[in-house]
Design a protein around this ligand. Structure first.
Ligand code: PBG
Length: 326
């Protein structure tokens, strides 16, 4: 028979020889949650094995990740309500939790890439990514200076990659210009380009206590039914100077990853979000799924769809598995 497809599947060595996509620790980014204090470590209820850590433990975690071969972390702050306000004032505090933690990480592990998050929600008493008007609208252009000031303050603290996750229009251009005018033209922007208004962010909002206090995020995050619009978002972000674009969430949006990967001139990242992590952990804890197998299958699916890099809460575990096998 001419086309007998099982020939290439006959042995493990043969399957490895013809394998199209591989997971590599170089492509993985570990998201981390920092909280104030010293030696503080609190498990996030809806994300088993993921913790909010005080800065000293974040530094220890970064050293451990680097030893496992992980090259990048994405840092998010879990702040006390007492420092939150309508204008996210705390987000530009150079001695604040976020900036001082970035400095501590870079001092301890200088080569580890720190990806910083630009959005108002962790600092906002309204829990929204942009500024809220009196009648409850999210103001676009008025939010831009706040976001750009936040980006500059993170770059000053030593962030390697600035990642705007807020979904305001024109923020990439605005932030790019502001970074450049402060001497940070070498600092890359990873744009949350196709960020959907998704219920899969639930556990993350528990982790940061950052759920919107009113309304939802549907006037700025994308409608989950759309893919053409994601291509349009990619076009504007790339025109505005984005160095990497991202799709988020991951698994329910593999078609969007594929669509952007086929058209984009910049690398495409994917965010395997908190709810996706929670699903696999919960099923594994119940004995319903084999954890390692489903995690590797999921992350490989991102590579197959065309992602160059993957933000995932499974990163540390996967890095350890890959190291064992090497
Ligand atoms: C908000 C932000 C969110 C996530 C990262 N940045 C959630 C939201 O839009 O409320 C979600 C990440 C995750 O669920 O893992 N700026």
């Amino acid at each position: 028979m001419l086309k007998r497809l099982r020939r290439n599947r006959r042995t493990a060595a043969l399957r490895a020889l013809v394998r199209e996509h591989r997971l590599d620790v170089d492509d993985l980014v570990m998201p981390l949650f920092v909280q104030p204090g010293e030696d503080k470590k609190d498990e996030i209820k809806s994300m088993p094995d993921i913790f909010r850590l005080s800065p000293n433990l974040i530094v220890a975690e970064c050293i451990a990740l680097w030893d496992l071969g992980v090259k990048a972390v994405a840092l998010f702050p879990a702040l006390d309500d007492s420092v939150k306000d309508a204008k996210a004032t705390e987000s530009t505090n150079e001695d604040g939790l976020y900036q001082s933690t970035i400095r501590a990480i870079k001092a301890a592990v200088p080569e580890l890439l720190v990806i910083s998050d630009v959005a108002m929600d962790p600092y906002s008493s309204d829990g929204h990514d942009g500024l809220l008007s009196e009648n409850g609208e999210i103001l676009n252009d008025e939010s831009l200076p706040i976001l750009a000031a936040m980006a500059v303050s993170q770059a000053k603290a030593g962030a390697d990659i600035i990642a705007p996750s807020d979904m305001m229009d024109f923020r990439i251009e605005y932030i790019r210009e502001e970074l450049d005018s402060h001497g940070f033209e070498h600092i890359a922007i990873l744009a949350y380009t196709a960020k959907y208004a998704s219920a899969f962010y639930g556990p993350f909002r528990d982790a940061l206590d950052s759920a919107p206090r009113s309304g939802d995020k549907k006037t700025y995050q994308m409608d989950s039914a759309n893919v053409r619009e994601a291509v349009r978002e990619a076009g504007t972000d790339i025109d505005e100077g984005a160095d990497i674009i991202m799709v988020k969430p991951g698994l329910p949006y593999l078609d969007v990853v594929r669509a952007l990967a086929e058209q984009s001139e910049v690398p495409v990242a994917v965010y395997n979000v908190s709810g996706e992590y929670a699903m696999l952990k919960a099923a594994a804890q119940n004995g319903w799924l084999d954890y390692k197998s489903v995690v590797l299958e999921t992350l490989t699916a991102f590579k197959r769809a065309g992602a160059s890099l993957i933000l995932s809460y499974h990163t540390k575990e996967v890095a350890a598995w890959l190291k064992e096998e090497a």
